[in-house]
Design a protein around this ligand. Structure first.
Ligand code: ADP
Ligand code: MG
Length: 612
């Protein structure tokens, strides 16, 4: 049997040796003068493993004990001279992403309770920062002395008797002025969409951030959080249940800064990508690789390729920003493969989120401040799809069914690429820098070629104008086209039979030409290609491109359509598409050809959609 005091002394000595050997004493002494502006001692995990592997191991296995002894040692070291020092946290940095420490949210289990783990994800919700009772002072009605209790997160623990006179015949009175409080905040983190296979529901976990790390992260932030996994007993009123909820009590956090670092690209991939980019037909090849089971729609597919790459975000001297992300809307008849395309693009776009116009959560498409169970009465800020997809892509199906509240905040979300919430003392601006591909059904069920687009969809025109391109998909019977489409769909099904291994009883079976159905560039490579381009290529307009864009804009203005006013917005859209074309070729320069390709897409849209 281990004697707890000897154990405590041993751990304390470990910490002392560690601080000596790894030069942490200056930092500890420094805390004395800067407290409470700084309340934490940051220690590199590498130093701890360098000092003693077993010590590091024990710290990971029983962090509550080891940290509390280390923190007590620090308080003792500096507290002698200053009794203001109340809470000091040892916070770890450089915690490696290794098995045994790093977990996917869906793999966190009861056996991890009590240990130190790290998880990564997107912040979906956060509550206000509020004070929590940490060291409660209780006054004895008999002798008047104070009894202190260190409170854990959640329920209040009251002393059963007075420490001084032993009084136990009634309640001791809580004295807030004599108690100590700590800032506390609750978060909900959701798995990174890139780590899950598009089909399953992302898993979530609750995280508690306290003291100096409370209030530092916001919905939409991509973070790695390390901390102690804790369990909290479920209860209905005062009845305690045998089931527990788990949550992560954060020790430290790290915000992801680079845009697409989550997609790993090795040397071979890079070589392959560079090789592909040399082909002058690369944009065509990429667009042919998009949703090969969907017949036709070449121009739409080309636009979708350009959307993947996006234009360049610009920041002016005065701080104003011009978005680089390209927004596309598809309006059209049912059964024209809109939903299929959305699903496919969600699959190949890095950092993508799929959503319905009529969202299932309170946050809707943008974000909201709500008072719900999660916050236990506190206000909670919750991110919707556009915020969760910050620096990524959102597919929104049935955009026409969007809530009015979202319609209002979509303008800001699409153009300024932020969502401002100001409600009940919560004031926050969340980022929504993502490209949007949306599908909508016409108001009357089918697209009426004789009516203008603004009459056919229930959107305020200003919202429509935020889309760089609007495609209409009309389902009119046409013998030749229908024949080809039917053949294509039938062959897709036949291929499905073959892949499934169905026995071939049919003697003269027609074998589909696989080439037409298998993407030439597979979706994993496209994802890598896109993230590589976005991280490495930042194209600039050439003089020739500028000349073309200007002249063409003047021409379009003078021959303008009726229902979509030709404004500077279309010029900006064309610029974005041209930049995207250069990026798709991994070219640092936007050439005349890029400008012409962009122009042809915008022209197609204006001709098709706005001419009536
Ligand atoms: P929407 O969302 O426009 O109503 P869906 O995406 O649900 O349409 O498509 C309906 C079905 O029709 C899907 O199974 C889709 O594959 C098929 N389909 C529609 N158009 C095409 C096409 N051009 N090529 C292949 N299949 C198509
Ligand atoms: Mg649909």
């Amino acid at each position: 049997m281990i004697n707890p005091d000897i154990e405590t002394d041993k751990i304390k000595r470990y910490w002392q040796d560690f601080f000596d050997q790894y030069d942490y004493n200056d930092q500890i002494n420094n805390l004395r003068s800067i407290y409470p502006d700084e309340k934490s001692l940051y220690i590199s995990y590498n130093d701890i493993t360098g000092f003693d592997e077993t010590f590091a191991q024990s710290l990971m296995e029983d962090p509550t004990l080891y940290f509390s002894i280390g923190e007590e040692y620090i308080r003792d070291t500096i507290g002698l001279y200053n009794n203001r020092i109340k809470r000091i946290d040892i916070r770890l940095t450089d915690v490696p992403d290794i098995t045994g420490i790093k977990y996917e949210i869906r793999n966190v289990r009861s056996c991890n309770v009590g240990t130190f783990i790290s998880i990564s994800g997107i912040i979906r919700k956060n509550t206000e920062v509020l004070p929590r009772l940490e060291r409660a002072a209780f006054k004895c009605p008999a002798c008047g002395e104070l009894t202190y209790v260190n409170e854990d997160y959640q329920r209040l623990v009251e002393p059963s008797s007075c420490q001084h006179c032993g009084y136990n015949k009634g309640k001791l009175k809580l004295i807030p002025e004599e108690s100590e409080f700590v800032d506390t905040q609750k978060l909900e983190i959701q798995e990174n969409p890139d780590n899950i296979d598009g089909t399953s529901q992302p898993q979530r976990i609750t995280v508690i951030m306290e003291d100096d790390i409370a209030g530092k992260v916001f919905p939409g932030d991509r973070v790695t959080i390390y901390g102690i996994l804790k369990a909290d007993q479920k209860h209905i009123g005062t009845i305690m249940l045998t089931e527990f909820n788990i949550y992560l009590y954060a020790n430290n956090y790290k915000k992801e800064t680079k845009d697409f670092e989550d997609i790993k690209i090795n040397e071979d991939d890079e070589k392959q990508i560079r090789e592909l980019a040399k082909d002058p037909n690369i944009i065509k090849r990429l667009s042919k690789s998009i949703a090969p089971s969907i017949y036709g729609l070449e121009i739409i597919k080309t636009a979708l390729v350009l959307q993947l790459f996006g234009g360049e975000r610009k920041i002016m001297k005065d701080g104003t920003k011009i978005r680089g992300d390209i927004h596309i809307l598809m309006v059209g008849d049912p059964g024209t493969a809109k939903s299929q395309l959305l699903r496919y693009m969600t699959m190949i776009s890095p950092r993508s989120v799929f959503a319905f116009g009529k969202g299932s959560s309170a946050a809707g498409l943008t974000a909201a401040a709500v008072r719900d169970d999660f916050g236990e009465g506190r206000w909670t800020l919750e991110a919707g799809a556009l915020v969760l997809a910050d620096n990524g892509f959102v597919a929104i199906d049935e955009l026409d069914k969007m809530d009015d509240r979202d319609t209002a905040s979509m303008h800001e979300a699409m153009e300024q690429q932020s969502v401002t919430i100001s409600k009940a003392g919560i004031m926050a601006t969340l980022k929504s820098r993502c490209s949007i591909l949306a599908a909508a059904n016409p108001k009357f069920g089918r697209y009426d070629p004789l009516k203008s687009i603004t009459e056919q969809i229930d959107f305020p025109p200003p919202l429509l104008s935020r889309f760089d391109i609007i495609f209409k998909l009309i389902d009119t019977p046409n013998r030749e086209m229908d024949g080809k489409l039917a053949e294509h769909i039938l062959m897709t099904h036949r291929l499905g039979e073959i892949y499934k291994g169905l026995e071939n009883n049919n003697v003269d079976i027609k074998i589909p030409d696989e080439e037409n159905f298998i993407p030439e560039i597979d979706k994993d490579l496209i994802r890598k290609y896109v993230s590589y381009a976005k991280n490495h290529v930042f194209p600039r307009l050439s003089n020739e491109a500028i000349d073309i864009l200007r002249e063409e804009y003047i021409k379009t203005r003078s021959s303008g359509g009726d229902s979509i006013p030709i404004t500077a917005r279309q010029l900006e859209s064309t610029i974005r598409l041209a930049e995207a074309a250069a990026k798709a070729r991994l070219s640092p320069i936007v050439t005349a050809e890029d400008a012409l390709l962009a122009k042809s897409i915008v022209d197609y849209y204006l001709r098709e959609v706005s001419s009536m």
